[in-house]
Design a protein around this ligand. Sequence first.
Ligand SMILES: *Cc1c(COP(=O)(O)O)cnc(C)c1O
Length: 368
Amino acid sequence: MSEVIPFYSLQHLHAALRDDMLAAMTRVYDAGSYVLGPEVACFEQEYSAFNQTAHTIGVGNGLEALTLALRALGIGPGDEVLVPSNTYIATWLAVSHVGATPIPVEPDITTSNLDPQRLLAALTPRTRAIVPVHLYGQPCQMPEIMAFAQQHQLWVVEDNAQAQGASFAGQLTGSFGHANATSFYPTKNLGALGDAGAITTNDKALAQRLLRLRNYGSPYKNYHELPGYNSRLDELQAALLRVKLRQLATVTQQRRQLAAWYHTYLGGVAGLRLPAVAAGAMPVWHLYVVHLAQRDALQQYLANLSIATLVHYPVAPHRQPAYSPPAGRAGYHLPIADQLAATCLSLPLWPGMTEKQVAAVAAAIRHF
Ligand SMILES: *Cc1c(COP(=O)(O)O)cnc(C)c1O
């Protein structure tokens, strides 16, 4: 019987952090302030320092972070927003939630990330913004995307949900765009113990607007300037995220080591495409995703050996019922997104995974 290798495990990290995490919970419990208290304020400052941005606004989750960022920038009905064709559906949903239309742009097939060369063809007089997604923790080519946005007077909202700590040309993702969204869903690189998210920005006026939007449009009690939302980062989650943020650099190092081992152990397998890293990119390996034609067969083969894998994502947003074209209207033609969805496989990777476990996964793949 071979060793069971889970796709992801928080066991190792959470064992090491147990005392600090429980102390954080106790602190919130005893302080008695549970919504927008001191832990949220401290986490926002600490995350801003980490991400090298002037402002962080803690919100309820990643989808709401994206939605509020678009809303704060004034994007709404009649507007078009360029999004990757192969992202997690939240990126598209945020655009839909503000009443705008997501316009898919196909990725570079080698990096799975937005291809700046394809932006121009998607541009129309209605285009207002671009949402680049740093998929799998691989940073997009932000300098090129920002230059394009400036040239065409577009807003940029980075979706940094999978890439806390990644950088391109030495600058951290989540610090390029005008307002950037991230998620602290438990399995993200920086994960809470429940739902949580944030927006980062260097624009003070935008930050002020976001602080109001997340809290009933209210700058102070009983005064509502805008029709806002209730999307606040939870005080308890903020206290836990402060503990985890202190470990993030170490966790990122571990992820980079695991990816390097996969690269070494999986080199030269015919028909297996390993993740490519663009020049200037420093990924944080939220996921280690390989591509091969016989994806389903390999996944089943590994499952039989008790090696768990996942597919991110098996069905591209344009194939989801939520985005099916109205009757009589032509559907999307996005062959790269379809091809990536049919061939991608995410291998096990988590902080605390060993070189031996990576080698065992690689050996099984070679055997297949
Ligand atoms: C997880 C994720 C989101 C959404 O975050 P939630 O906190 O789950 O709402 C958005 N975009 C990407 C790329 C994600 O991976």
